[in-house]
Design a protein around this ligand. Structure first.
Ligand code: CIZ
Ligand code: SF4
Length: 303
């Protein structure tokens, strides 16, 4: 089917079903182009909750669609590709977390938004890469169980050394594989560029960067900056929004390996099939959903 026809059909089905399409910054360019809103996982989940639409097509990975469902249980949330998951979120399980909590009964449990609903349900408060430092600072507990990203946990720990961190040994396969050699090569080839990286990268990388932040913070930083060239150390999909907002600036990927295969699974055709067949519905079980919502609500109240 010709791509214009696909887009026309999507538009018609969107009207018919009172649907909205949201896409994460890491999605394929074509998907970001047809989306009604593009953002990070938390901004999208919040957007969905206040939207008047009945159906949300969530172009992202599983935990993001779950978060949208947790915040708007009355809406139909569709994930266009059933097996689009986040390997880092899959590294943490609720049973393991329960055991860890028993070993550290005084610790507060902070879960990164990149977790399953079941893990969120076992946590005291959720965080994103934008607000992780503020969230941990707001807690009275001296001990923190941080799940699942060891790199984000280490980043927060450095800013709040007075607290003791028990770090779940998870990591993002895409960000974790960046090496100091990648950084050295990128610096050498673009010596005047400002280096922006995500806190899911290892400490060796973060230490070398000019700025570390979430996707949203990287986009804001680059858009405000007077510099004209940037090396970007996060998933390549972000380049679409960076270039769109900053047509006069140049962006280079820190490494060609910065691709999240799961984020790239969704195509425009999958969005069409999602709307045609109303697939794949993401609906978290009620008791898990309600418990998980507490950790998200507590994060919302914290800001
Ligand atoms: O929370 C998100 O959307 C992710 C995975 C990254 C970020 O920095 O926004
Ligand atoms: Fe998960 Fe990393 Fe992919 Fe984000 S980029 S969805 S953290 S694997």
């Amino acid at each position: 089917m010709d791509s214009q026809l696909v887009v026309k059909r999507i538009d018609r089905l969107k009207e018919e079903k009172n649907a909205v399409i949201v896409a994460h910054y890491y999605q394929n360019d074509e998907v970001q182009e047809i989306a009604d809103v593009v953002g990070d996982s938390f901004a999208l989940a919040k957007y969905c909750a206040q939207s008047s639409k009945d159906v949300i097509v969530f172009c992202g990975v599983h935990f993001m669609a779950e978060s949208a469902n947790i915040l708007s249980p009355d809406k139909t949330v569709l994930l266009p590709v059933r097996d689009a998951g986040c390997p880092m979120a899959d590294m943490a399980d609720a049973e393991g977390l329960k055991k860890l909590k028993q070993q550290h009964p005084k610790a507060a449990v902070v879960c990164y938004i990149n977790t399953s609903a079941k893990v969120k349900a076992e946590s005291d408060i959720c965080c994103t890469s934008s607000n992780a430092v503020n969230i941990v600072k707001s807690l009275t507990e001296d001990e923190i169980i941080f799940v699942p990203d060891q790199n984000l946990a280490g980043y927060v720990e450095k800013k709040i050394p007075e607290k003791k961190f028990i770090k779940w040994p998870g990591y993002c396969i895409t960000h974790h594989r960046l090496t100091e050699n990648d950084v050295a090569k990128a610096r050498e080839s673009k010596p005047d560029a400002v280096m922006l990286v995500h806190p899911e990268c290892r400490d060796e990388i973060v230490r070398e960067a000019d700025f570390t932040g979430s996707t949203k913070q990287i986009i804001e930083y680059a858009s405000k900056s007077k510099a004209s060239e940037f090396i970007v150390g996060t998933e390549m999909g972000i380049l679409y929004e960076l270039k769109k907002r900053n047509p006069g600036k140049k962006f280079y990927l820190l490494s060609q390996g910065l691709i999240c295969p799961n984020m790239k699974k969704t195509s425009v055709k999958d969005v069409l099939f999602a709307l045609e067949k109303m697939q794949y519905r993401i609906a978290v079980e009620k008791d898990i959903r309600e418990k998980a919502k507490k950790s998200l609500d507590r994060m919302l109240a914290c800001k």
